[in-house]
Design a protein around this ligand. Structure first.
Ligand SMILES: [Fe+2]
Length: 218
């Protein structure tokens, strides 16, 4: 169980302006993403629970990638069918200026996988329901067969299209809530809150089945 919190060990609040590594992790989580796709086996699901919540903001969004896939036009479905993308936390966090180092402050360093970068299909078939869904989000990049700019444009277009009503839900937290989700067909995101108020959340990941959640290459 990992804390996602703006409260430091000594009880003081992390200052947004300091922009330390943990703040970069909190900010990074505000981009739509799927958990652990940058590891050789992605998480199957997650449990997120609220201990202390701010009075305004700090909702968590979920987007249904099955509905998003179903809503794509046939041309786009055909275009992405055989494509895959690399997934890396180094890539997504570098956009916020977060470079993993050995002395990584209070952040545990989880996810800064240094082996070969996992490659995952853009269209994932759910192992239990057989339904197709989009496997995209902020960790995805460098689609083999496309140049960097084309790849970035396509992935951004897909996220912009996918994470829109009626396919999204934002949960407004009450202390004591726990939300469990299926990480094999949903994206999620954090949203901003007034960081002069404390927010303490606990995140546990449910291990994925290597048969269906292993990367194509890793
Ligand atoms: Fe997450």
């Amino acid at each position: 169980m990992a804390a996602l919190s703006n409260v430091k060990a000594d009880g003081s609040l992390r200052r947004e302006a300091d922009n330390d590594d943990m703040m970069k992790v909190l900010k990074g989580n505000m981009g739509w993403h799927c958990d652990s796709t940058y590891m050789p086996v992605q998480a199957k699901g997650a449990v997120f629970s609220a201990e202390i919540v701010p009075s305004v903001g700090g909702r968590t969004g979920f987007a249904d990638m099955r509905a998003a896939y179903d809503a794509l036009d046939d041309g786009l479905k055909a275009q992405i069918e055989g494509l895959s993308a690399h997934h890396s936390l180094h890539y997504s966090q570098s956009k916020l200026g977060h470079q993993a180092t050995k002395a990584d402050g209070e952040y545990s360093g989880y996810g800064f996988h240094d082996g070969p970068v996992p490659l995952r299909p853009l269209v994932k078939t759910h192992p239990e329901t057989g339904r197709k869904s989009l496997l995209i989000g902020r960790h995805a990049h460098n689609i083999p067969g496309l140049d960097k700019a084309q790849s970035e444009r396509l992935l951004q277009e897909l996220v912009d299209f996918a994470c829109q009503p009626p396919r999204i839900y934002h949960h407004d937290w009450t202390a004591g809530d726990a939300v469990v989700w299926d990480n094999r067909c949903l994206l999620h995101q954090a949203t901003p809150w007034d960081m002069t108020q404390p927010r303490v959340m606990w995140h546990s990941r449910i291990a994925g089945d290597p048969v269906s959640e292993a990367a194509l290459a890793h």
